[in-house]
Design a protein around this ligand. Structure first.
Ligand SMILES: Cc1cc2nc3c(=O)[nH]c(=O)nc-3n(C[C@H](O)[C@H](O)[C@H](O)COP(=O)(O)O)c2cc1C
Length: 198
């Protein structure tokens, strides 16, 4: 049997009383129900300092950075949950993303955007999409969450029914890319190990 896919959920908000964590818990839970290993990659726990230099340029990486980079590099896909702050992503998320680049190569990513307003973070979706393309990732799915406090309970339970269906579609697309790209990576490795044509 194939190993389960591993798709961490990167939590892009560390704000006191943050609501995005609710949505991240929901995403992680629904991924787990689909048989995916989906740990939270919580920037509030990883607590990276302000980026002075990228990981590959440092021989003194701050605690947590190597583990964070490895989690992205070895993942079959990533879900990024980000609130919209001033029309873009929180500084803490941009800071974390600026540390690494190659780890994202060919990584299918689902972007979940969070807002207390009614537009669901459409502006941060666009910014994250461009940034992820820039580092070689493949933003393949998106789900906006509007009026977040009324849409999800503290433990991640959806209070608005439509999010089950919306996340179901998001998940289906992300898993499709995760499996197809994973199969491609495996095939490439076998060719490299055995030589073409064997
Ligand atoms: C610094 C800051 C800037 C914000 N800017 C926006 C914004 O541009 N658009 C928006 O829809 N909501 C904005 N909001 C409201 C957030 O959508 C709301 O606080 C949401 O709960 C953020 O997620 P969080 O609780 O995980 O921090 C902003 C909130 C903060 C703290």
């Amino acid at each position: 049997m194939n190993d389960p896919l591993r798709i961490p959920v990167l939590v892009g908000s560390v704000r006191r009383g943050r609501h995005s964590i609710r949505v991240a818990r929901f995403a992680s839970d629904r991924l787990a129900r689909a048989g995916v290993d989906a740990p939270l990659l919580d920037l509030a726990e990883i607590n990276l300092p302000i980026m002075e230099e990228r990981l590959h340029m440092r021989d003194d990486p701050p605690p947590g950075l190597a583990g964070f980079a490895d989690s992205i590099r070895t993942a079959d896909g990533v879900v990024v949950v980000s609130p919209e702050y001033h029309g873009s992503m929180p500084g803490v998320l941009k800071n974390a993303l600026d540390y690494i680049r190659g780890e994202w190569r060919r990584k299918p990513v689902g972007i979940v955007t969070v807002s207390s307003g009614s537009f669901g973070g459409v502006l941060v979706h666009n910014h994250l999409q461009l940034l992820l393309l820039r580092v070689g990732a493949l933003p393949v799915a998106g789900m906006p969450v509007s009026n977040v406090a009324a849409s999800f309970g503290a433990e991640g339970e959806p209070l608005e029914k439509r999010y089950e269906a919306n996340f179901g579609r998001f998940l289906k697309t992300l898993l499709w890319y995760g499996r197809v790209i994973g199969a491609g990576v495996d095939a490439e490795r076998k060719v490299a190990e055995n030589g073409a044509g064997e």
